[in-house]
Design a protein around this ligand. Structure first.
Ligand SMILES: [Zn+2]
Length: 301
């Protein structure tokens, strides 16, 4: 992995070396596979009318490999794609599945994804095109940013034939495009990067460090013991894990807010404590984002 730039991409890539080489059945008809790079979770849900695929990996070539893996394992058409959020490692394979491509699937995702692409992912692509050595491991020449064909701005039920799934757009948290997929009969939640298991939660581009803990706590409160939760990166976890991660995010948010309230410069907010629940290099972006948001709320300070 490219380690020359301490960007969020490299930070994440540094930490993920494992790959689950096969499909793991989480519940009957619901399968997770963990793909490197980034140990990103891909989920396939089987319906009588076809397959639903959650997230599409980090570049078109990876999306094509995913499409081929799904075809080989399940041998049925992909009718629906759902994006858990806009980040590149979950969406840059979209073009492989969209109508007019080989699978002709409808793509469902948070209604803000197109705007998020314009603000973050398009500039990210442009910066890479100007200087590919910044992220030399990426193959983004052929990326066509492909927003959901079905933008979701309210809870929506998809009927897959013999099975329904709920698409639950979330308030701003990990991004302003988070969407949870819930299979009510099987009590399986697919939560994207609202939860991470194989690495710390990632305050990536467009995150809302102050709002994230509340959103996650509310989600955890609607889960039942025994429910299974598929994170954006890592192994299946339980609701107690989700609640613990919400607590960690809240501690971070509370401390950043206190530092800001006390007039501490952003650069000094982290040095105030020696026992952060998340590695310091992951928190720099959290402080930057939170300070910007707090400054906007109280421009006089
Ligand atoms: Zn993400």
């Amino acid at each position: 992995m490219d380690d020359r730039n301490r960007t969020g991409i490299s930070l994440r890539a540094d930490r993920y070396a494992r790959v689950m080489a096969e499909w793991h059945t989480v519940a009957p008809g619901i399968h997770q596979r963990r793909y490197d790079p980034f140990d990103v979770s891909i989920v396939v849900i089987e319906g009588d009318d076809g397959l639903l695929v959650v997230d599409t990996r980090a570049e078109p070539g990876e999306g094509e490999q995913l499409r081929d893996d799904v075809r080989e394992r399940f041998g049925r058409p992909v009718r629906w794609v759902v994006n858990t959020h806009a980040h590149f490692d979950h969406t840059f394979g979209n073009q492989v599945f969209v109508s007019g491509a080989t699978t002709d699937a409808s793509i469902h995702g948070h209604a803000n994804i197109a705007a998020h692409f314009a603000e973050y992912e398009r500039p990210r692509l442009a910066a890479w095109a100007d200087d590919p050595t910044r992220e030399s491991g990426r193959h983004w020449h052929g990326v066509r940013l492909t927003s959901p064909t079905h933008p979701i701005d309210a809870p929506t039920t998809l009927d897959l034939g013999g099975r329904t799934v709920e698409l639950l757009p979330q308030p701003p948290a990990h991004t302003d495009t988070d969407l949870v997929v819930f299979a009510p009969a099987e009590r399986v939640w697919i939560v994207g990067d609202l939860v991470e298991e194989s690495g710390p939660p990632m305050y990536g581009s467009g995150s809302f460090p102050l709002h994230w803990p509340g959103v996650l706590a509310e989600l955890a409160a609607t889960m039942r013991p025994g429910d299974r939760v598929i994170p954006g990166h890592g192994r299946v976890v339980d609701p107690a894990f989700v609640a613990r991660q919400a607590d960690q995010l809240k501690l971070v948010a509370d401390r950043i807010r206190a530092a800001h309230d006390d007039g501490l410069p952003a650069g000094e907010a982290l040095a105030r404590h020696g026992d952060w629940p998340i590695p310091l290099d992951f928190l720099v972006a959290a402080v930057e984002r939170a300070y910007t948001q707090l400054d906007q709320m109280s421009p006089s300070t």
